[in-house]
Write a protein that binds this ligand. Sequence first.
Ligand SMILES: [Mg+2]
Length: 301
Amino acid sequence: MEGAERCENTVLSTREEACYSLHGLELKALGYNCFGVEFSFMAIKNIIFDMDGVLYRGETAIPGAGEAVAELRKKGMRVFFFTNNAEKTRKQFVERLNSFGVFAKEEEVYTTSYGAAVYIKKNLPGKKVFAFSSGTIEELKGHGIPILLTKNAEVVVAGLDLELNYGKLADAFQAINSGAAFIATNEDNSYPVEDAILPGAGAIVAALSSTTGVKPVLIGKPEPYLLDIMIKEHKLRKEETLMVGDRLQTDILMASREGLHSALVLSGISTRKEIEECGLAPDYVLDSVAELPGILKKQKG
Ligand SMILES: [Mg+2]
């Protein structure tokens, strides 16, 4: 029931159902679609990696993640990093990835705080913004967006904030009640660390939306806003792009809705059992991102 509730917005097609009943997930994991025909990974030119739960958990790298990303680059793949987490700036995420042995450039990293900055510049230019985490505040400032951390703000950007306190919630609540635009970086209900699952940005967003009655504009996965920015900036073709994520309800749902190939890794949030409950069918199910180059090699060879 829990899984069914989480996946209430997902749709299982007849073709996907046939796939489960005829061949099952293991066959898909080996690289076959529901008719037993090998997927052509010759078409994959771009790989988008979700970060938390895929490349690292908390302060620990997923073993083999850095090597896998490097090998895919060597094969000529374009690599991108895409996170719903707005707690850090793009530059800080580059440093974080590098510290885990994953080489990344700033223009390859897409965060929901960057997406929020693009949204505000386009739709709410010059408005004074209240944002939760220091990373989001810094990212917005970097784009010349005025910050006002009081109840008089004209825009509220809610996201994961590890230094959340009641005063921040109260200011954001009052700002929204006075008519401020309400933006949520994401609504992930959980946040994976080394040996535990912690409450995610969704806890803060839900606190504000349930108390104000206002529904936020959502920047991150599964909504396509941030993905569309990336696709436009790098001129990507969706049919040549693989999304690698650990969460069915965001990474895989967005890939499915937007026509991207998808690979679910089991090193983060979602489990194999939840795939069955959800009815979402990722093209690949892998224990870890470290397996990805091997799968692609198999397809190419
Ligand atoms: Mg994740």
